[in-house]
Structures are given as structure tokens and as C-alpha cells.
Design a protein around this ligand. Structure first.
Ligand SMILES: [Zn+2]
Length: 318
């Protein structure tokens, strides 16, 4: 797995907002990867009205909601992100990009996200007859992605996230609807959850991901569950991201990743490199001392885990 990058993403100007262009400083030395024109793919998940609304807001430099800033070239950058995500899918690569996408709904911007890149690529694959696992280990729920695929069994959406936290939903009882029942897996993590809980949450549900037999695995790779991230209270270290990379490589043939959140300017890039090294079978570049969760945190996690098992038992072998 290689990193794909383009300096077009620096054109999305957000000033001193936590989601700003400094997040990509550590990747600026990478060559500019060519990306396909993605404008026609936006409507795979977004409404035409919304696409036009975003284009106009960017031209006017208006905010799309109280968290989501735009600037003159934001439409260009967000569309380029979709293009680079598509290229990452084709090349089994990791797209280093911004703005992130997983909070974006078909008709609504949210949580710093304009277009839902991972959902657009997944829908493109579904239209091609493929089954897609979206594994979202960003510390927030990818609520836009979840909503987009809530009633389909062609996409398994699996998210680990702090709960309660932004965007508010993502509890264990959200398992999908209609044909999609059992195909949304929400693992709520109490604030204070460390490496031990994060890894257990992955190990317990990996059997479902394998039973689903996805043709493609799309990783919404956000790194704001990290101990030193500024937005959340999770306590995951970079060593865990290394292990996640290795676990995915061991189990699946076609994996690609796109950058979602991660706001610590030092530890987000280190975590990306750890994930990549784990996936590529190289030694860990930035080892950290593992964190353990307190008993109270474990107690809350275990209760939710049992509740989630009983929600999913009718649909999967656990
Ligand atoms: Zn996030």
C-alpha cells in the first residue's frame, strides 16, 4: 500500500479551524498524484441540489454549517478528494486528502465534510456488482456513510467511535433497516477507552467482516481516536494503528484507505505511517507505550458489547 497525495488539498482554506491545511504538512514532500475528474461521480450519493449548493457556497466563501467552512477552491479540493479516493481504490493505496468525507450526507454537509468520498467509491463499486466493507476507525461515527448505506446488504458499514460524542448517534441498536438489517455495526466506545478496548472491539467483530466476504474493503482511516488528539477522549496509540494495518492485510485482498480525521499535527502523520507499515509488513516506525482502560470504562464497554452481540446474533455467526 502506497500513499497518494496532491497539493490541491492545501487549497481548501479553513484558517485556524482544527481541520486545516497544516494537517498535510508532513505529506507535502510526496509527489503530486494525478487524479481523475470526479465531478460526474458526486451524484452517485449526493443530490444535484446539494452539489450546486456546495459549489455556490464555496464560490461565496460561506460556511455550510456551524462546523464546516468553505473557501474559493474548496469545491475543487473536495472533488479532487473523490477523484484521489477512486484512484486509491484502483491501486489499493491510501489517499492522503482533505476535507474529510464520512460525515457528509446525500443532501447535507456536516462535521468538516463536503462530499462523502468513501461512500461515492463504495456506491460506484456496488453499481459494478461488488460487495464493499467500509471499515471506519475514525474516532467519530461516520454518520453520513451509515445513512447512505443503511438499507442495503451490499455494503457492510462497521464503525468504532467514541460514544457519546459528535455527531450524537451511533449506538448499538442502529443495525440497519430493510435489506440492510444487520449490515450496520456501531461499536460505541466510552471516553477513556485505550488500546485494549479498541483492539478487542476490532477482534470481536472481524469474524463478521470475514463472513461478509467483501470484494473490496474501504477504510475510512481517521486518527482522532489517538491519545493525543485534540477533539476526542479516546486513548488509542499509534501501535494499535500498526496492528490494524497488519490485521487487514492478513485477511483481505483488495483494501484501500482514505484519510478522514486526525487533528494532532505530529501524531496523525505518525499514525498513518504506522498503519501503512503494519499493512506492508515492515517494522513499526513510531512505537508507543500501549494504553490500558480503567475498570469503569471496561464496565461500560462490556455492557454495550453484550447488547451489540444480541442485536447482531440473528444475522451473523459470532
Ligand atoms: Zn473524526
Amino acid at each position: 500500500m502506497e500513499l497518494l497525495y496532491n497539493n490541491i488539498f492545501l487549497e481548501h482554506e479553513t484558517g485556524s479551524h482544527p481541520e486545516n491545511k497544516k494537517r498535510l504538512d508532513a505529506f507535502k514532500h510526496l509527489p503530486n498524484t494525478h487524479y481523475p475528474n470526479a465531478k460526474e461521480w458526486l451524484s452517485l450519493v449526493h443530490t444535484e441540489t446539494y452539489i450546486q449548493q456546495v459549489e455556490k457556497a464555496c464560490a461565496d466563501g460561506k460556511w455550510l454549517d456551524m462546523d464546516t467552512i468553505t473557501s474559493a477552491h474548496s469545491f475543487l479540493a473536495a472533488t479532487a478528494g473523490v477523484g484521489l479516493a477512486m484512484r486509491a481504490m484502483e491501486e489499493k493505496a491510501f489517499a492522503i486528502m482533505r476535507p474529510p468525507g464520512h460525515h457528509a450526507y446525500p443532501d447535507k454537509a456536516s462535521g468538516f465534510c463536503l462530499f462523502n468520498s468513501v461512500a461515492i467509491v463504495a456506491q460506484y463499486l456496488v453499481n459494478d456488482g461488488k460487495k464493499v466493507l467500509i471499515f471506519d476507525f475514525d474516532g467519530h461515527l461516520g454518520d453520513g456513510t451509515e445513512a447512505i448505506f443503511y438499507n442495503t446488504d451490499k455494503v457492510l458499514f462497521w464503525s468504532l467511535h467514541q460514544y457519546p460524542a459528535f455527531p450524537g448517534n451511533g449506538y448499538v441498536n442502529e443495525i440497519g433497516t430493510g435489506a440492510g438489517k444487520g449490515y450496520s455495526i456501531n461499536i460505541p466506545l466510552p471516553s477513556g477507552s485505550g488500546d485494549d478496548i479498541f483492539l478487542k472491539a476490532i477482534q470481536e467483530f472481524m469474524p463478521i467482516a470475514e463472513q461478509f466476504k467483501p470484494d473490496v474493503v474501504a477504510v475510512s482511516a481517521g486518527f482522532d481516536a489517538h491519545l493525543y488528539d485534540i477533539l476526542l477522549g479516546l486513548r488509542v496509540t499509534g501501535s494499535t494503528y500498526y496492528k490494524i494495518g497488519a490485521m487487514l492485510k492478513e485477511r483481505f485482498d483488495h483494501v484501500f484507505a482514505i484519510l478522514e480525521g486526525g487533528y494532532n499535527l505530529e501524531y496523525m502523520p505518525k499514525s498513518v505511517h504506522n498503519f501503512l507499515a503494519g499493512f506492508n509488513g515492515r517494522p513499526i516506525p513510531f512505537e508507543e507505550v500501549p494504553t490500558t482502560s480503567g475498570w469503569k470504562v471496561w464496565e461500560g464497554f462490556d455492557m454495550d458489547l453484550q447488547a451489540l452481540f444480541s442485536q447482531l446474533a440473528p444475522y451473523w455467526k459470532l
